[in-house]
Design a protein. Structure first.
Length: 118
């Protein structure tokens, strides 16, 4: 079973950039489809982006397409979420997850807080 630990969150201003990291251990992240999700206060968790285990299939939520990018570093066993042109509505706890796009994500990290001030 893989374990996931996110880092890189923080308080930034609108228009700034952040890069979140999701360090995997126990197994290689490329054994799984990997996703980023987020949950804002009072709202349900929502999908942000995902990358298939092959690396060929990448999806983005409409709200982040063109601003965010998911990538992975096999050597570091880490998945990244690069977030550009951040907006106050991006404020949320961001989680990475491992699993299957079809069967569901069943391994989750603890999350990292991203706060964007206007």
């Amino acid at each position: 079973q893989v374990q996931l630990v996110e880092s890189g969150g923080g308080l930034v201003q609108a228009g700034d950039s952040l890069r979140l990291s999701c360090a995997a251990s126990g197994r290689t992240f490329s054994d799984y489809d990997m996703g980023w999700f987020r949950q804002a206060p009072g709202k349900e968790r929502e999908f942000v982006t995902s990358i298939s285990r092959s690396g060929y299939n990448v999806r983005y939520a409409d709200s982040v397409r063109g601003r965010f990018a998911i990538s992975g570093d096999i050597a570091k066993n880490t998945v990244y979420l690069l977030m550009n042109s951040l907006k106050p509505e991006d404020t949320a706890v961001h989680f990475c997850a491992a699993g299957s796009e079809r069967g569901g994500y069943n391994v989750w990290g603890q999350g990292t807080q991203v706060t964007v001030s206007s």
